[in-house]
Design a protein around this ligand. Structure first.
Ligand SMILES: Nc1nc2c(ncn2[C@@H]2O[C@H](COP(=O)(O)OP(=O)(O)OP(=O)(O)O)[C@@H](O)[C@H]2O)c(=O)[nH]1
Ligand SMILES: [Mg+2]
Length: 320
């Protein structure tokens, strides 16, 4: 993927500052619709982890895309589920924070999958109430119908009609975040609807996520890949040490905390096989991202009931 993301030269700066557009855009939707996949594609790097299971994203991740005449800051949010269905206080807190992010941004992209809207669909009802509250604020609300690669065009056409009847979306754009389909159209429309404002971030920055958090997230992604049921949801990863030992080697020590002793056994696996595999996959990807060799020292610990405390993630340096 190659976006034209060179920054205006200082010579033209004066002229362009007035025309320069910049703003914050929240991606919101149910779990698993492809929000993080879209963020990664637009930024051109994997900054948010992705899995085939719901509720992968836990915190708000900012991805920054800079062009000659615009800078767009996308906020990837945890998937929204009905607050009556949340299992733990931390899940409730995470969702409330995602919803709060809608207030402070310049544009909202609601993302859905390309399947029929059933009348009982809780998310639609829920989002309608939220968007209607926001209507007073008058900000553009786009609908991105993702995973268009999974359905036929005729289905998409009727779906667009259904959604149009549901809410006065500023734009409805079918996309495929995985394949990149229609993403330049989406980006173009987003920029058009942003306010004139100077860039918020330096042009070479793609995220403000600290490296330690990225490392913790990549480890969590491998846990999603290699364990089942509650395990990935019960893990909390703390990067305790991140030292450049020499020019070519970074030593990283991280502890994976789980909530129960039984989960610790599952995570370690027979003869330590599972934790080794998690470590191997995580190390390979962290090396690719950081561009140097790393030594990954993974440990497993128990932190009972961490999901009952909404401060748990913040304490580790996550932005929520
Ligand atoms: N076929 C297809 N699959 C997609 C597309 N976009 C995302 N996916 C898949 O959908 C699954 C969920 O993607 P994520 O990006 O993790 O979804 P999310 O909305 O961030 O999910 P949460 O973080 O749980 O809210 C992954 O298996 C992706 O590969 C797409 O355009 N087409
Ligand atoms: Mg996500």
């Amino acid at each position: 993927m190659s976006w034209n993301n060179t920054f205006p030269s200082s010579k033209n700066m004066e002229n362009k500052v007035e025309k320069f557009k910049s703003g914050f855009v929240t991606l919101i939707g149910r779990p698993n619709v492809g929000k993080s996949t879209l963020l990664n594609y637009l930024v051109g790097e994997k900054i948010a982890i992705v899995s085939s299971r719901p509720q992968t994203t836990r915190n708000i991740i900012r991805g920054i895309v800079t062009f000659d005449e615009a800078q767009v800051i996308f906020l990837d949010t945890p998937g929204i589920i009905n607050l009556n269905q949340v299992k733990t206080p931390i899940d409730r807190y995470i969702i409330e924070e995602a919803l709060k992010s809608l207030e402070g941004v310049d544009l909202i992209i609601v993302m859905v999958e390309p399947f029929a809207i059933s009348k009982e669909d809780e998310f639609i009802k829920f989002i309608k109430v939220i968007l209607q509250d926001l209507k007073g604020v008058k900000k553009p609300v786009f609908l991105a119908i993702n995973k268009m690669d999974k359905v036929k065009k005729i289905q998409l056409d009727s779906l667009q009609k259904e959604y149009r009847a549901l809410f006065p979306f500023t734009q409805i754009i079918p996309i495929s975040a995985k394949k990149g389909t229609n993403l330049s159209i989406l980006m173009g429309e987003v920029i058009q609807h942003l306010p004139s404002h100077p860039a918020y971030y330096s042009s070479n920055l793609i995220t403000d996520q600290p490296e330690r958090i990225l490392v913790a997230e990549l480890i969590r992604e491998k846990i999603f890949l290699l364990t089942r049921q509650e395990i990935p949801y019960s893990t909390l990863i703390k990067v305790e040490s991140f030292e450049e030992r020499n020019k070519n080697l970074i030593y990283i020590r991280a502890t994976i905390y789980v909530e129960h002793p039984s989960q610790k056994g599952i995570l370690i696996g027979k003869g330590g096989g599972r934790i080794k595999q998690i470590g191997k996959l995580a190390r390979e990807e962290i090396e690719e991202r950081l561009g140097c060799r790393i030594y990954l020292d993974l440990r497993v610990g128990i932190k009972k009931k961490w999901r009952r405390r909404k401060e748990s993630l913040k304490e580790l340096g996550y932005q929520i």
